[in-house]
Design a protein around this ligand. Structure first.
Ligand SMILES: [Zn+2]
Length: 379
């Protein structure tokens, strides 16, 4: 009697789960429909069991299903969506000795837990630990020492359960593995930390905080510098020069962006001529700030010969883009882009000079930094 009630409950769960009794949604989002055995036979659809007997296994998703008397699902597969099964999935001689017939008529074989795992078959409990819920009928079984039966289910057709919050474990995940409440709590904490970081009084000397930008012949490390701009935090222009590349003759792709033509740099100094002046400026600085500093750093570090000098330079480098990304992450999750123009838009900063020239970019970077760190120069 109890068993019958359980079966009815199982079927009720399935009906509830898929809304309509005659269709279900697979993990991929594909919807398949219920058919009966005669229909399946007429279409040459194959069950897992009939495939297994031919040493085959499905290579695609099921295309139809049937609800077995015990409430479990029997999947049907298309005959052209099959592959040869690996030997561990073949019927073992032992299975022929100890087959078990389910109520649906499906015959399942006995196998060890180890062999089951190598086929991707697990117990209900194990699948639940992996966050999967079974809907299909068992595909194999084993018998424990106490004679009790343990069924195995195919993980591939198990239903993935919604993941729970890693912190409270009570609610479904929302973002960053946390539920909405835990995520908001976490964000409030991070926002407070970020605000303290940005709102702090750093007491920096505005003459020793330098903003810089480079324009290049291309996007890679091997490309050459075409212009350098350095501005201090008071707005004073420290260096603004074009640079003549020594081995690049044209740069059509970047020319469109920064507007520097080969003719314009014809009479400009080369980088090696500028190095002593740049080194002197950088040596006197406490901070070197750029927007998206990694490309600029990978070029500017080349003016130094030793690792020690490069490390010293790196210590002074601050990335305005990283700080902006942190800011919007904490305060403006609606903003997803973080180019210099996006940062300027966010703080209502207008261009000074020709957009995308190293001069205009440097000035804009200085203003974005001031918006992010309003007390950077106050003690
Ligand atoms: Zn939570």
């Amino acid at each position: 009697m109890c068993a019958i009630i359980e079966k009815i409950e199982n079927i009720a769960i399935i009906i509830k789960r898929y809304k309509l009794k005659n269709s279900m949604q697979l993990r991929s989002g594909v919807t398949i429909h219920e058919i009966n055995r005669d229909e399946a036979n007429s279409k040459n659809y194959l069950t897992r069991q009939s495939l297994s007997k031919m040493h085959l296994m499905p290579s695609g998703e099921p295309i139809a299903f049937e609800v077995a008397p015990d409430g479990n699902i029997i999947y049907y597969f298309a005959p052209d969506k099959v592959v040869e099964a690996p030997p561990e999935m073949w019927y073992s001689p032992r299975a022929k000795v100890e087959p078990m017939t389910l109520e649906s008529g499906t015959v399942i074989e006995r196998m060890s837990i180890k062999r089951a795992a190598s086929c991707g078959y697990y117990t209900k409990e194990r699948l639940l630990q992996m966050n999967y819920e079974t809907v299909e009928e068992p595909v194999a079984y084993t018998q424990r020492a106490d004679k009790s039966i343990l069924y195995f289910y195919d993980k591939r057709t198990a239903k993935r359960l919604p993941l729970m919050c890693v912190r409270c474990g009570q609610f479904v995940r929302y973002k960053k593995k946390l539920c909405e409440a835990c995520y908001e709590e976490e964000m409030a904490l991070r926002r407070a930390e970020g605000d303290a970081h940005r709102g702090a009084y750093y007491g920096m000397d505005p003459e020793k905080v330098l903003f810089f930008d480079l324009e290049l012949t291309g996007f890679y490390d091997r490309d050459e510098i075409l212009s350098i701009t350095i501005v201090d935090a008071t707005g004073k222009l420290i260096m603004d020069t074009l640079v003549k590349p020594t081995h690049t003759k044209k740069w059509k792709r970047t020319e469109k962006i920064h507007g520097i033509t080969p003719d314009m740099v014809e009479d400009a100094p080369t980088l090696s001529e500028l190095i002593p002046a740049i080194k002197e400026i950088f040596a006197a600085a406490e901070n070197l700030i750029a927007y998206g500093v990694s490309t600029d750093y990978s070029h500017i570090k080349m003016i130094y010969d030793t690792e020690a000098e490069r490390d010293e330079l790196h210590e002074k480098i601050r990335c305005c883009a990283n700080e902006y990304v942190r800011y919007i992450h904490e305060h403006r999750p609606d903003l997803v882009n973080a180019s210099l123009i996006d940062a300027m838009d966010c703080f209502a900063i207008e261009w000074e000079g020709t957009p995308h020239s190293s001069l205009a970019d440097t000035i804009a970077c200085r203003k974005v930094w001031a918006a992010l760190f309003p007390h950077y120069y106050e003690a």
